[in-house]
Design a protein around this ligand. Structure first.
Ligand code: SAH
Length: 245
């Protein structure tokens, strides 16, 4: 169903179910995309797979009312079974708003399963707007044909991230100027994480703390100094590249 509109919903999905799309989604479908009764839409909820659904006759009041009240759809056949994505987490030092938005959007497209904003000594921002970032991740999941939306965790300090990190999940910490080897290409089912520092880089003390963690491996992303957002995307790509000989 290439080119179809895909929407993430929270409701259970099964053939025959009827549900009401949220007002924002109803506005998008009706007023922006000019879809109406009888038109198809693809739905996924991160649990049941992807389903074809059909927009039911608009209630009295038409598109305006739909945008306010929501839009009723009937779920039809399942188009894709739920399948796990890469078991890859991204921890990234919080950046300015636009750069954080970019990291969340692109990491979602690149398959990250969970996103951990991190506070470090040289991080300038301390807060995120979870609703805004969830909306960005949801939209990226819808357009990239993922079957789920990555989990967005609240910001935490680097020390807390490391203290709570599952020791059996290798964490590849991107470190410039360290002559470290590139990240390995891993099979999608292998649990792993990528950590990227802030624009100012990690401090020596932070690098020492990272080196002291048995599950951390420092990795390099080539000879140039990348912007943090570039480093996040390059690292996510390399960790999913076919294993190199
Ligand atoms: N201000 C620092 C650069 C920080 S770059 C300096 O001039 O040294 C921001 C983050 O991107 C870094 O903390 C690191 O995680 C990542 N990064 C940038 N370039 C990288 C490279 N070539 N290899 C590995 N990580 C890199």
């Amino acid at each position: 169903m290439s080119g179809s509109i895909r929407l993430f919903v929270r409701d259970p999905l099964a053939p025959g179910a009827e549900l009401v799309l949220a007002p924002g989604q109803a506005h998008y479908l009706g007023a922006v995309m000019r879809r109406g009764a009888g038109d198809p839409v693809l739905l996924f909820n991160g649990r049941d797979g992807e389903f074809l659904a059909c927009i039911l006759a608009a209630e009295a009041g038409g598109r305006r009312a739909a945008a306010r009240l929501g839009l009723r759809v009937r779920v039809e056949a399942r188009t894709r079974a739920q399948a796990p994505g890469p078991d890859l987490w991204l921890a990234f030092a919080l950046l300015k708003r636009d750069a954080t938005d970019l990291v969340v959007q692109k990491a979602t497209e690149l398959g990250a399963a969970a996103l951990f904003p991190v506070l470090t000594a040289r991080t300038n921002a301390a807060r995120v707007n979870p609703d805004r970032l969830t909306a960005i991740a949801t939209e990226a999941a819808e357009q990239s044909e993922r079957l789920d939306v990555p989990a967005l965790h609240p910001p935490r300090h680097l020390a807390a991230l490391l203290a709570g990190w599952p020791p059996d999940r290798p964490l590849f910490a991107a470190c410039e100027r360290a002559a470290a080897p590139p990240p390995p290409g891993l099979a999608p089912e292998r649990p792993a994480g990528l950590l990227v520092g802030p624009e100012g880089g990690f401090t020596e003390a932070e690098l020492d703390a990272l080196r002291a963690c048995p599950f951390v491996t420092l990795v390099g992303l080539g000879p140039r100094i990348l912007r943090a957002e570039t480093a996040a995307l390059a690292g996510l790509v390399l960790l999913q590249a076919p294993p190199r000989a």
